[in-house]
Design a protein around this ligand. Structure first.
Ligand SMILES: Cc1ncc(COP(=O)(O)O)c(C=O)c1O
Length: 423
């Protein structure tokens, strides 16, 4: 089989057998063949290096191939890569639970899974089963928000926006979700009124705090989260923050909940938890949630337990990532990145087809009219990797690079956006 550098043999022979994510195979171009990565750069098979503006779906917070994370994983690989979590315990997972509980105190109980979607599923199960265990089985509906995205499994699809989200083929499946507009300062208490009418049937309220990411990179104020906390307290409903994308300094604070000064009852985390090296997510719950599962009856236990739960290698990677978060001053680093993004992206506001420009922490967003954003290939030609969101109401060009990206690479990203929009 002939091989060109852009199109190596393994890609050509494997492509007829791989079903790619979110991919219309009939029209999609061939994916870029990546053979290595370092810092904020992807190394392609043809030798090109692209600055990665999306950090592998927002995971590679410390940049690629960080030697400290690699060392922790290698050490664990030699000792014990994996052991089942049912009836058995491993040190990296137990030590990680303690560490995460310290970061998210007063939340204290950590349930490990392998993906963000499943962590949200588990959070929903915690909410629904807690009421079932308490003899309130009627409370099983979930309040969520327009433009939300919480994952691709059945229940998380049901939470995602039913109109603008990508999951409308599955409408009505999964979980009984009630979509409300995100509370805004000028909504005249509309959220509280709508919530009051359904609260007696609701087990939980789920939100991506401060930024709704895949649903359009939309921001809301910390006060929104304070209002949700207040409403949930008033009606005895669990408040769930999905920090899978916002956690670990993406919005500037360690967690968005820190910035908002709100303690939810359940938090989901993932993505940057392992710095983009191994799949791991976690649900962290309060003792009050946990207490609902304590009983002499075995069937009151939380009914969940994935095969690779608490995987020791993934937990070792998370320890490496947390070590790095502890050592670096990430709040200051992200503040510098935010200033740079603000300065340069702000200038794009007047460009044709640009509807809005907004920046929060290490998230820079250029919202454009539907169908007008450059393609990924246009950005790759300019030396960067970006993947605009294509929604019914907008195209969203965004950067969420490694938090450790250096200024020259950030400028290369921003130059590429500037240039591609001008073309
Ligand atoms: C806020 C949020 N929740 C959940 C998920 C799903 O995570 P995963 O892709 O690991 O299943 C994502 C993924 O982008 C996300 O951004």
């Amino acid at each position: 089989m002939a091989t060109s550098p852009r199109d190596p043999a393994w890609l050509r022979s494997g492509a007829p057998h791989v079903w790619r994510p979110y991919c219309q195979h009939q029209t999609a171009p061939t994916p870029l063949a990546v053979v290595g990565a370092h810092g904020s750069r992807l190394v392609l098979a043809d030798g090109r290096e692209l600055v990665d503006g999306v950090a592998s779906w927002w995971t590679a917070a410390h940049g690629y191939n960080h030697p400290h994370i690699a060392a922790r994983v290698e050490e664990q690989l030699r000792r014990l890569p994996h052991v089942a979590f049912g009836g058995l315990a491993n040190e990296p997972a137990y030590a990680l639970a303690e560490r995460l509980a310290a970061l998210l105190a007063p939340l204290s109980r950590v349930f490990f899974v392998e993906s963000g979607s499943v962590s949200v599923e588990v959070a929903l199960k915690m909410a629904v089963q807690s009421f079932h265990n308490r003899g309130e089985p009627r409370r099983r509906r979930i309040v969520c928000f327009e433009n939300a995205y919480h994952g691709d499994t059945l229940a998380t699809m049901a939470l995602s926006d039913p109109v603008s989200g990508m999951h409308h083929a599955f409408a009505g499946m999964g979980i009984d979700a009630i979509h409300l507009p995100v509370p805004r300062a000028d909504d005249g208490g509309a959220f509280e009124e709508a919530f009051r009418s359904v609260a007696g049937e609701v087990a939980g309220v789920v939100i991506e705090p401060l930024v709704q990411c895949a649903g359009g990179m939309r921001f809301h104020e910390p006060e929104t989260l304070q209002r949700l906390r207040h409403a949930c307290d008033e009606h005895g409903v669990w408040l769930i923050f999905d920090e899978i994308a916002t956690g670990f300094f993406r919005t500037g604070a360690r967690f968005a909940l820190d910035a908002a000064g709100v303690v939810p009852d359940i938090v989901t985390i993932g993505k940057a938890l392992t710095g983009g090296t191994l799949p791991l997510a976690a649900v962290v719950a309060s003792e009050a949630v946990f207490a609902c599962f304590l009983s002499e009856q075995a069937d009151r236990a939380l009914q969940h337990g994935p095969t690779y739960m608490g995987n020791a290698l993934a937990c070792a990677a998370a320890h490496g990532s947390l070590d790095l978060f502890e050592r670096g001053d990430f709040a200051a680093r992200v503040a510098r990145l935010e200033a740079l993004l603000r300065g340069r992206l702000g200038a794009l506001r007047t460009r044709a087809d640009v509807v809005d420009v907004r920046v929060l922490g290490a998230i820079g967003v250029v919202e454009m009219k539907p169908g007008t954003a450059p393609a990924s290939a246009d950005f790759a030609e300019r030396g960067v990797f970006l993947r605009p969101l294509r929604l019914p109401h907008a195209d969203v060009v965004y950067v969420m690079p490694p938090l450790t990206i250096e200024e020259p690479d950030t400028n290369r990203l921003l130059d590429a956006i500037d240039d591609a929009l001008a073309a």
